[in-house]
Design a protein around this ligand. Structure first.
Ligand code: PPS
Length: 329
């Protein structure tokens, strides 16, 4: 395949899609920070995150959105807490907080207009919530490597980092449904594909995200995991992650955790299935579309959503960005 990027991006047109179809009463626009698209609200957090004091004992779960983050968070939290299934009934957002989520959901307007609306602290001021965690904390972030705290970027601090990646076609389809049901996107799938390929969605460009972490995979504090491997051999990935975290799990524990982490069990587990956010969406009419966070959980599900033409665009784009690397799914 010839490595050429066939996409011609018209930034003005794409910005217009974002304005018309992806701004609402908790998302007020977008900015580009060091090449990465972020919600406008992130400007207030950027500096603070760069200067965030990192604790070496913490575990960071880093990923591009919709690549299996929640699945990995639940696995890691359980391993760190010796399979405390009872303690695991607490909302995952509280057990494994999402560093920059306050920028994704900027609820200030909503709070002003609904005096009885008090979002949980891990949503309202996520950075403060993470700072107040007891160590070792299990922190989730979708930030690309170059927007992480400088402590980590410079190597001054080396907390354990688990990066999870998923093939871009399934990621895009999952991100589309998530954006409609949980973040108020009202545009078409075709336009979403254009935004995805052009790197015009939060935390994009996708390949920049994946490859910068991939470059770090040999560091002893970094473990690179693929969603597809979790689907094909969950017990194997659990053992690998446990060993990376310095924990020994018996065969029975690995089996019990695999069962706990099955798609069906996670779909029915209110602590991890984002029921709270979907309820919030319904209550305040935040999104036009509704849908479950645990949607399909498959490899290759993109085939029922993408036309052959879109698949071809993705494959050429992937070849263009990975042709000179040793990365593949
Ligand atoms: S987020 O919002 O960015 O943090 O989303 P993230 O957790 O990264 O990704 C959500 C997708 O992961 C799927 N998922 C699972 N698949 C298989 N097994 C299990 N246990 C599981 N848990 C979550 C989830 O269904 C989303 O993918 P799609 O393709 O939309 O179903």
């Amino acid at each position: 395949m010839v490595a050429s990027n066939q996409e011609n991006f018209n930034n003005e047109e794409l910005d217009d899609i974002l304005r018309k179809h992806f701004t609402n009463n908790f998302r007020f626009g977008y900015v580009t920070i060091d090449g990465t698209t972020m919600p406008k609200r992130f400007e207030d957090l950027h500096e603070q995150i760069l200067n965030f004091e990192v604790n070496e004992d913490d575990v960071w779960i880093c990923s591009f959105p919709k690549t299996g983050t929640t699945w990995t968070q639940e696995m890691v939290w359980m391993i760190m807490h010796d399979l405390d299934f009872e303690g695991g009934q607490v909302n995952l957002g509280q057990r494994s907080p999402f560093l920059e989520v306050s920028a994704i959901y900027d609820f200030r307007n909503l709070m002003r207009n609904n005096k009885d609306f008090v979002p949980p602290p891990f949503l309202q001021d996520s950075l403060k919530f993470v700072k107040e965690q007891e160590n070792p904390a299990c922190i989730k972030t979708h930030l690309p490597f170059h927007l992480l705290p400088l402590d980590i970027q410079s190597g001054r601090k080396n907390p354990k980092i688990i990066y999870v990646a998923r093939n871009p076609k399934d990621t895009c389809v999952s991100y589309y449904h998530h954006s409609r049901a949980l973040e108020g996107y009202t545009g078409t799938f075709d336009d979403f594909v254009r935004l995805f390929l052009a790197g015009k969605l939060n935390f994009a460009p996708y390949w920049d995200h994946v490859l910068r972490y991939w470059e770090k995979r040999e560091q002893s504090n970094v473990l690179f995991v693929k969603y597809e491997d979790m689907k094909l051999d969950l017990p194997g990935v659990i053992r690998k992650v446990a060993s990376f975290l310095g924990k020994n799990l018996s065969a029975e524990q690995v089996a019990a955790l695999s069962n706990h982490l099955s798609f069906e069990n996670m779909k029915n587990n209110p602590a991890v299935n984002y029921e709270m956010v979907t309820e919030l969406n319904k209550k305040f009419n935040l999104t036009r579309h509704h849908g479950a966070f645990m949607r399909s959980g498959t490899i290759g599900g993109y085939k029922s959503q993408m036309t052959p033409e879109i698949v071809d665009r993705f494959d050429k784009w992937t070849e263009f960005h990975t042709g000179n690397t040793d990365f593949s799914f």
